[in-house]
Design a protein around this ligand. Structure first.
Ligand code: GDP
Ligand code: MN
Length: 378
Protein backbone atom coordinates (compact mmCIF):
# COMPACT_ATOMS: atom_id res chain seq x y z
CA UNK A 1 0.00 0.00 0.00
CA UNK A 2 1.39 3.38 -0.99
CA UNK A 3 0.92 6.31 1.35
CA UNK A 4 1.06 10.00 0.54
CA UNK A 5 4.05 12.27 0.99
CA UNK A 6 2.44 14.08 3.93
CA UNK A 7 1.75 10.76 5.65
CA UNK A 8 5.28 9.49 5.06
CA UNK A 9 6.57 12.78 6.45
CA UNK A 10 4.58 12.16 9.65
CA UNK A 11 6.31 8.81 10.01
CA UNK A 12 9.68 10.45 9.36
CA UNK A 13 9.05 13.17 11.95
CA UNK A 14 8.11 10.56 14.53
CA UNK A 15 11.58 9.00 14.30
CA UNK A 16 13.35 12.37 14.41
CA UNK A 17 14.17 13.01 10.75
CA UNK A 18 14.20 16.78 10.13
CA UNK A 19 11.22 17.50 7.89
CA UNK A 20 9.82 20.98 7.15
CA UNK A 21 6.32 21.63 8.53
CA UNK A 22 3.36 21.25 6.21
CA UNK A 23 -0.39 21.37 5.94
CA UNK A 24 -2.67 19.33 3.72
CA UNK A 25 -5.56 21.20 2.09
CA UNK A 26 -8.16 20.44 -0.54
CA UNK A 27 -9.26 23.90 -1.69
CA UNK A 28 -7.41 26.93 -3.14
CA UNK A 29 -8.81 29.10 -0.32
CA UNK A 30 -7.29 26.87 2.35
CA UNK A 31 -4.03 26.94 0.42
CA UNK A 32 -4.02 30.73 0.54
CA UNK A 33 -4.65 30.75 4.29
CA UNK A 34 -1.87 28.25 4.91
CA UNK A 35 0.55 30.26 2.74
CA UNK A 36 -0.34 33.40 4.67
CA UNK A 37 0.34 31.71 7.97
CA UNK A 38 3.72 30.36 6.90
CA UNK A 39 4.67 33.66 5.26
CA UNK A 40 7.35 33.90 2.57
CA UNK A 41 7.67 31.45 -0.30
CA UNK A 42 5.77 28.18 -0.01
CA UNK A 43 5.70 25.02 -2.09
CA UNK A 44 2.40 23.58 -3.32
CA UNK A 45 2.67 19.83 -3.81
CA UNK A 46 0.16 17.45 -5.35
CA UNK A 47 -0.54 14.48 -3.07
CA UNK A 48 -0.74 11.49 -5.39
CA UNK A 49 0.85 8.06 -5.34
CA UNK A 50 3.17 8.82 -8.20
CA UNK A 51 6.75 9.88 -8.62
CA UNK A 52 7.83 12.66 -10.94
CA UNK A 53 5.21 15.09 -9.74
CA UNK A 54 7.68 17.92 -10.26
CA UNK A 55 8.08 17.08 -13.94
CA UNK A 56 4.32 16.76 -14.37
CA UNK A 57 3.74 20.25 -12.97
CA UNK A 58 2.47 19.04 -9.60
CA UNK A 59 5.10 20.88 -7.52
CA UNK A 60 5.09 24.70 -7.64
CA UNK A 61 6.80 27.44 -5.67
CA UNK A 62 4.59 30.41 -4.77
CA UNK A 63 5.96 33.73 -3.54
CA UNK A 64 2.65 35.21 -2.32
CA UNK A 65 -0.51 33.72 -0.79
CA UNK A 66 -2.49 34.74 -3.90
CA UNK A 67 -0.07 32.86 -6.06
CA UNK A 68 -0.36 29.86 -3.74
CA UNK A 69 -4.08 29.94 -4.27
CA UNK A 70 -3.75 30.08 -8.07
CA UNK A 71 -1.27 27.21 -8.16
CA UNK A 72 -3.41 25.18 -5.77
CA UNK A 73 -6.46 25.61 -7.97
CA UNK A 74 -4.41 24.55 -10.99
CA UNK A 75 -2.90 21.50 -9.29
CA UNK A 76 -6.14 20.40 -7.61
CA UNK A 77 -7.74 19.90 -11.01
CA UNK A 78 -4.83 17.93 -12.38
CA UNK A 79 -4.45 14.32 -13.26
CA UNK A 80 -0.94 12.99 -12.66
CA UNK A 81 -0.12 9.70 -14.39
CA UNK A 82 -3.82 8.83 -14.40
CA UNK A 83 -4.36 9.76 -10.76
CA UNK A 84 -6.66 12.65 -9.83
CA UNK A 85 -5.26 15.21 -7.39
CA UNK A 86 -7.68 16.07 -4.58
CA UNK A 87 -5.22 17.20 -1.91
CA UNK A 88 -2.16 19.43 -1.91
CA UNK A 89 0.54 19.87 0.71
CA UNK A 90 1.53 23.43 1.55
CA UNK A 91 5.02 23.70 2.99
CA UNK A 92 7.51 26.56 3.50
CA UNK A 93 10.06 26.60 0.67
CA UNK A 94 13.64 25.74 1.56
CA UNK A 95 16.81 27.20 0.06
CA UNK A 96 18.58 24.32 -1.58
CA UNK A 97 22.33 23.91 -1.73
CA UNK A 98 22.62 20.19 -2.58
CA UNK A 99 20.14 17.41 -3.30
CA UNK A 100 20.91 13.77 -2.42
CA UNK A 101 18.97 10.52 -2.69
CA UNK A 102 18.55 8.18 0.28
CA UNK A 103 16.32 5.14 -0.01
CA UNK A 104 15.80 1.75 1.56
CA UNK A 105 13.79 -1.12 0.13
CA UNK A 106 12.90 -4.67 0.94
CA UNK A 107 15.42 -6.59 -1.12
CA UNK A 108 14.16 -10.16 -1.53
CA UNK A 109 17.37 -11.37 -3.13
CA UNK A 110 19.50 -10.11 -0.27
CA UNK A 111 16.80 -11.14 2.25
CA UNK A 112 17.35 -7.80 3.91
CA UNK A 113 16.59 -4.12 3.78
CA UNK A 114 18.93 -2.63 1.22
CA UNK A 115 19.96 1.00 1.24
CA UNK A 116 20.82 3.00 -1.84
CA UNK A 117 22.32 6.45 -1.58
CA UNK A 118 23.52 8.90 -4.17
CA UNK A 119 24.75 12.46 -4.21
CA UNK A 120 22.84 12.81 -7.47
CA UNK A 121 19.46 13.33 -5.85
CA UNK A 122 16.34 15.16 -6.88
CA UNK A 123 15.95 13.18 -10.08
CA UNK A 124 14.82 9.69 -10.92
CA UNK A 125 17.15 7.21 -9.18
CA UNK A 126 16.44 4.53 -11.83
CA UNK A 127 17.90 6.94 -14.35
CA UNK A 128 21.07 7.32 -12.25
CA UNK A 129 21.27 3.53 -11.85
CA UNK A 130 21.13 3.13 -15.63
CA UNK A 131 23.43 5.91 -16.74
CA UNK A 132 25.85 6.26 -13.85
CA UNK A 133 25.72 3.25 -11.48
CA UNK A 134 28.98 4.22 -9.77
CA UNK A 135 27.17 7.28 -8.39
CA UNK A 136 25.17 4.94 -6.12
CA UNK A 137 26.39 3.21 -2.98
CA UNK A 138 24.43 0.17 -1.73
CA UNK A 139 24.33 -1.62 1.58
CA UNK A 140 22.16 -4.42 2.96
CA UNK A 141 21.30 -4.36 6.64
CA UNK A 142 21.29 -7.68 8.48
CA UNK A 143 17.88 -7.78 10.17
CA UNK A 144 19.37 -9.61 13.18
CA UNK A 145 21.59 -6.66 14.12
CA UNK A 146 19.81 -3.72 12.54
CA UNK A 147 21.67 -0.72 11.18
CA UNK A 148 25.14 -0.57 12.75
CA UNK A 149 26.84 2.81 13.34
CA UNK A 150 29.71 2.17 10.94
CA UNK A 151 27.26 1.21 8.19
CA UNK A 152 25.35 4.48 8.50
CA UNK A 153 28.69 6.29 8.50
CA UNK A 154 29.87 4.43 5.38
CA UNK A 155 26.74 5.48 3.48
CA UNK A 156 26.82 9.07 4.77
CA UNK A 157 30.48 9.55 3.89
CA UNK A 158 29.71 8.61 0.30
CA UNK A 159 27.38 11.60 0.08
CA UNK A 160 29.34 14.35 1.85
CA UNK A 161 32.91 15.38 2.61
CA UNK A 162 32.13 17.96 5.31
CA UNK A 163 32.21 16.11 8.68
CA UNK A 164 29.29 18.16 9.96
CA UNK A 165 27.13 17.01 7.03
CA UNK A 166 28.33 13.40 7.33
CA UNK A 167 27.27 13.52 10.96
CA UNK A 168 23.77 14.78 10.14
CA UNK A 169 23.39 12.29 7.30
CA UNK A 170 24.41 9.23 9.32
CA UNK A 171 21.76 10.08 11.90
CA UNK A 172 19.09 10.53 9.23
CA UNK A 173 20.07 7.26 7.54
CA UNK A 174 19.76 5.36 10.85
CA UNK A 175 16.43 7.08 11.51
CA UNK A 176 15.18 6.17 8.06
CA UNK A 177 15.93 2.53 8.85
CA UNK A 178 13.84 2.90 12.05
CA UNK A 179 10.97 4.45 10.10
CA UNK A 180 11.20 1.66 7.53
CA UNK A 181 11.10 -1.15 10.10
CA UNK A 182 8.56 0.40 12.48
CA UNK A 183 6.16 1.13 9.62
CA UNK A 184 6.37 -2.34 8.05
CA UNK A 185 7.50 -0.67 4.86
CA UNK A 186 8.82 -2.24 1.70
CA UNK A 187 10.14 1.09 0.50
CA UNK A 188 11.12 4.35 2.21
CA UNK A 189 12.72 7.13 0.24
CA UNK A 190 13.98 10.67 0.74
CA UNK A 191 14.47 12.33 -2.62
CA UNK A 192 15.78 14.89 -2.27
CA UNK A 193 17.57 15.04 1.05
CA UNK A 194 18.74 18.62 0.89
CA UNK A 195 21.39 20.75 2.51
CA UNK A 196 20.66 24.45 2.94
CA UNK A 197 23.22 27.26 2.53
CA UNK A 198 23.24 27.41 6.35
CA UNK A 199 24.47 23.80 6.46
CA UNK A 200 21.25 22.19 7.64
CA UNK A 201 19.97 18.90 6.30
CA UNK A 202 16.28 18.22 5.65
CA UNK A 203 14.02 15.69 3.98
CA UNK A 204 11.86 17.78 1.64
CA UNK A 205 10.23 14.84 -0.11
CA UNK A 206 9.10 11.53 1.35
CA UNK A 207 7.85 8.36 -0.20
CA UNK A 208 6.75 5.16 1.51
CA UNK A 209 5.15 1.97 0.44
CA UNK A 210 3.85 -0.38 3.14
CA UNK A 211 3.90 -4.16 2.92
CA UNK A 212 0.20 -5.16 2.85
CA UNK A 213 0.93 -8.14 5.08
CA UNK A 214 2.07 -5.77 7.84
CA UNK A 215 -1.15 -3.76 7.94
CA UNK A 216 -3.15 -6.03 10.23
CA UNK A 217 -0.85 -5.25 13.14
CA UNK A 218 -0.52 -1.56 12.35
CA UNK A 219 -4.06 -0.17 12.38
CA UNK A 220 -2.77 3.42 12.54
CA UNK A 221 -1.01 2.91 9.21
CA UNK A 222 -3.80 0.85 7.67
CA UNK A 223 -6.01 3.89 8.29
CA UNK A 224 -3.82 5.93 5.96
CA UNK A 225 -5.20 4.11 2.95
CA UNK A 226 -6.64 6.51 0.39
CA UNK A 227 -8.87 4.56 -1.97
CA UNK A 228 -9.31 7.59 -4.25
CA UNK A 229 -5.61 7.22 -5.06
CA UNK A 230 -5.53 3.56 -6.03
CA UNK A 231 -6.82 1.85 -9.18
CA UNK A 232 -10.57 1.11 -8.67
CA UNK A 233 -10.01 -2.53 -9.66
CA UNK A 234 -7.63 -3.03 -6.73
CA UNK A 235 -9.98 -1.44 -4.23
CA UNK A 236 -12.81 -3.61 -5.49
CA UNK A 237 -10.73 -6.78 -5.32
CA UNK A 238 -9.56 -6.07 -1.80
CA UNK A 239 -13.09 -5.35 -0.60
CA UNK A 240 -14.37 -8.56 -2.19
CA UNK A 241 -11.58 -10.54 -0.51
CA UNK A 242 -9.83 -11.41 -3.76
CA UNK A 243 -6.08 -11.36 -4.39
CA UNK A 244 -5.71 -9.45 -7.62
CA UNK A 245 -2.74 -8.03 -9.48
CA UNK A 246 -3.32 -6.28 -12.77
CA UNK A 247 -0.93 -7.15 -15.61
CA UNK A 248 -0.90 -5.99 -19.20
CA UNK A 249 -1.88 -9.09 -21.23
CA UNK A 250 -5.13 -10.25 -22.86
CA UNK A 251 -6.05 -13.47 -21.07
CA UNK A 252 -8.21 -12.67 -18.03
CA UNK A 253 -7.53 -15.38 -15.44
CA UNK A 254 -9.94 -16.43 -12.71
CA UNK A 255 -8.47 -19.20 -10.59
CA UNK A 256 -8.97 -20.73 -7.16
CA UNK A 257 -5.75 -20.91 -5.17
CA UNK A 258 -2.64 -18.78 -5.49
CA UNK A 259 -0.43 -21.68 -6.61
CA UNK A 260 -2.82 -22.73 -9.34
CA UNK A 261 -3.17 -19.09 -10.38
CA UNK A 262 0.61 -18.85 -10.82
CA UNK A 263 0.72 -22.14 -12.71
CA UNK A 264 -2.08 -20.91 -14.97
CA UNK A 265 -0.17 -17.73 -15.79
CA UNK A 266 2.94 -19.81 -16.53
CA UNK A 267 1.01 -22.00 -18.91
CA UNK A 268 -0.56 -18.99 -20.66
CA UNK A 269 2.97 -17.69 -21.21
CA UNK A 270 4.14 -21.14 -22.33
CA UNK A 271 1.55 -21.06 -25.12
CA UNK A 272 2.72 -17.55 -26.04
CA UNK A 273 -0.23 -15.73 -24.57
CA UNK A 274 -0.11 -12.97 -21.99
CA UNK A 275 -2.05 -13.05 -18.73
CA UNK A 276 -4.11 -9.92 -18.04
CA UNK A 277 -3.96 -10.47 -14.33
CA UNK A 278 -3.23 -12.65 -11.35
CA UNK A 279 -6.48 -13.47 -9.58
CA UNK A 280 -7.10 -15.88 -6.75
CA UNK A 281 -10.80 -16.17 -5.90
CA UNK A 282 -9.99 -18.35 -2.90
CA UNK A 283 -11.53 -21.63 -1.90
CA UNK A 284 -15.18 -20.71 -2.14
CA UNK A 285 -17.89 -21.13 -4.74
CA UNK A 286 -19.67 -18.00 -3.54
CA UNK A 287 -21.29 -16.45 -6.66
CA UNK A 288 -20.74 -12.96 -5.23
CA UNK A 289 -17.00 -13.47 -5.39
CA UNK A 290 -17.25 -14.75 -8.94
CA UNK A 291 -19.39 -11.73 -9.89
CA UNK A 292 -16.82 -9.37 -8.38
CA UNK A 293 -14.01 -11.23 -10.14
CA UNK A 294 -15.77 -11.04 -13.50
CA UNK A 295 -16.54 -7.34 -13.04
CA UNK A 296 -12.91 -6.64 -12.31
CA UNK A 297 -11.61 -8.68 -15.24
CA UNK A 298 -14.10 -7.25 -17.74
CA UNK A 299 -13.37 -3.66 -16.66
CA UNK A 300 -9.88 -4.10 -18.14
CA UNK A 301 -10.17 -3.09 -21.80
CA UNK A 302 -7.18 -5.26 -22.79
CA UNK A 303 -8.91 -8.51 -21.88
CA UNK A 304 -9.98 -10.58 -24.91
CA UNK A 305 -10.92 -13.86 -23.26
CA UNK A 306 -11.86 -15.06 -19.78
CA UNK A 307 -10.26 -18.21 -18.51
CA UNK A 308 -11.54 -20.03 -15.43
CA UNK A 309 -9.33 -22.65 -13.89
CA UNK A 310 -10.88 -24.34 -10.87
CA UNK A 311 -9.65 -27.26 -8.87
CA UNK A 312 -12.38 -28.73 -6.69
CA UNK A 313 -11.09 -30.15 -3.45
CA UNK A 314 -13.28 -29.18 -0.54
CA UNK A 315 -14.85 -26.75 -2.99
CA UNK A 316 -17.36 -28.69 -5.07
CA UNK A 317 -17.16 -28.16 -8.82
CA UNK A 318 -20.94 -28.19 -9.26
CA UNK A 319 -21.26 -25.33 -6.75
CA UNK A 320 -18.64 -23.38 -8.67
CA UNK A 321 -20.39 -24.11 -11.99
CA UNK A 322 -23.65 -22.76 -10.58
CA UNK A 323 -21.80 -19.75 -9.22
CA UNK A 324 -20.29 -19.01 -12.61
CA UNK A 325 -23.66 -19.28 -14.36
CA UNK A 326 -25.32 -17.06 -11.77
CA UNK A 327 -22.55 -14.53 -12.16
CA UNK A 328 -22.72 -14.53 -15.94
CA UNK A 329 -26.48 -13.97 -15.75
CA UNK A 330 -25.97 -11.00 -13.47
CA UNK A 331 -23.47 -9.18 -15.64
CA UNK A 332 -23.51 -8.91 -19.35
CA UNK A 333 -20.33 -10.39 -20.80
CA UNK A 334 -19.52 -10.29 -24.48
CA UNK A 335 -16.09 -11.88 -24.23
CA UNK A 336 -15.57 -15.58 -24.86
CA UNK A 337 -15.34 -17.62 -21.66
CA UNK A 338 -13.55 -20.93 -21.32
CA UNK A 339 -13.75 -22.99 -18.19
CA UNK A 340 -11.72 -25.82 -16.79
CA UNK A 341 -13.05 -27.61 -13.75
CA UNK A 342 -11.69 -30.73 -12.20
CA UNK A 343 -12.04 -32.53 -8.89
CA UNK A 344 -15.02 -33.15 -6.64
CA UNK A 345 -18.29 -33.51 -8.61
CA UNK A 346 -16.70 -32.53 -11.90
CA UNK A 347 -19.07 -34.67 -14.01
CA UNK A 348 -22.09 -32.85 -12.69
CA UNK A 349 -20.33 -29.51 -13.12
CA UNK A 350 -19.48 -30.17 -16.77
CA UNK A 351 -23.09 -31.09 -17.48
CA UNK A 352 -24.33 -27.90 -15.85
CA UNK A 353 -21.93 -25.77 -17.88
CA UNK A 354 -22.58 -27.49 -21.17
CA UNK A 355 -26.34 -27.16 -20.63
CA UNK A 356 -25.73 -23.44 -20.23
CA UNK A 357 -23.79 -23.34 -23.51
CA UNK A 358 -20.35 -22.77 -21.99
CA UNK A 359 -17.13 -24.47 -23.08
CA UNK A 360 -16.00 -26.73 -20.30
CA UNK A 361 -12.77 -28.70 -20.03
CA UNK A 362 -11.08 -30.90 -17.50
CA UNK A 363 -7.60 -30.56 -18.98
CA UNK A 364 -5.67 -27.47 -17.97
CA UNK A 365 -3.42 -27.80 -20.99
CA UNK A 366 -6.34 -27.81 -23.41
CA UNK A 367 -8.20 -24.93 -21.82
CA UNK A 368 -5.17 -22.68 -21.73
CA UNK A 369 -4.34 -23.47 -25.34
CA UNK A 370 -7.93 -22.60 -26.27
CA UNK A 371 -7.87 -19.36 -24.28
CA UNK A 372 -4.65 -18.19 -25.93
CA UNK A 373 -6.08 -19.06 -29.34
CA UNK A 374 -9.25 -17.06 -28.64
CA UNK A 375 -7.23 -14.11 -27.34
CA UNK A 376 -5.27 -14.07 -30.59
CA UNK A 377 -8.27 -14.21 -32.87
CA UNK A 378 -10.66 -12.02 -30.87
P1 GDP B 1 8.70 14.79 -7.01
O1 GDP B 1 8.95 15.43 -8.32
O2 GDP B 1 7.38 14.10 -7.00
O3 GDP B 1 9.80 13.87 -6.60
O4 GDP B 1 8.60 15.97 -5.90
P2 GDP B 1 9.73 16.66 -4.99
O5 GDP B 1 9.15 16.99 -3.68
O6 GDP B 1 10.97 15.84 -4.93
O7 GDP B 1 10.02 18.03 -5.73
C1 GDP B 1 10.60 18.08 -7.00
C2 GDP B 1 11.62 19.16 -7.07
O8 GDP B 1 11.03 20.43 -6.77
C3 GDP B 1 12.77 19.02 -6.08
O9 GDP B 1 13.78 18.16 -6.53
C4 GDP B 1 13.25 20.46 -5.95
O10 GDP B 1 14.14 20.75 -7.00
C5 GDP B 1 11.95 21.25 -6.12
N1 GDP B 1 11.50 21.64 -4.77
C6 GDP B 1 10.66 20.96 -3.97
N2 GDP B 1 10.53 21.58 -2.77
C7 GDP B 1 11.32 22.67 -2.83
C8 GDP B 1 11.67 23.72 -1.90
O11 GDP B 1 11.23 23.77 -0.76
N3 GDP B 1 12.51 24.70 -2.33
C9 GDP B 1 13.05 24.67 -3.58
N4 GDP B 1 13.88 25.65 -3.93
N5 GDP B 1 12.76 23.72 -4.47
C10 GDP B 1 11.93 22.72 -4.11
MN1 MN C 1 11.06 13.68 -5.07
Amino acid sequence: MDIHEYQAKERFRSVGIPVPPGRVVSTPEEAEVAAEEYGGTVVIKAQVHSGGRGKAGGVKLAEHPKEARDYASEILGMDINGLPVDKVLITPAEDIDTEAYVGVLLDRKAQAATFMVSAEGGIDIEEVARTNPSAIRKLSVDPRYGMLPHQAYWLASFLYKDPNLVDQARKIIAQLYDAFVSSGAKLAEINPLITTPAGEMKAIDAKMSIDDSELFRRPDIAEMRDTSSEPPSETKAREAGLSYVKLDGEVGCCVNGAGLAMATMDLVKYYRGKPANFLDIGGSSNPDKVVAALEIITSDPNVKVILFNIFGGITRCDDVANGIIEAIEKIDIELPIVIRLTGTNEDRALEILEDAGLSAYTSMDEVVKKAVELAGTA
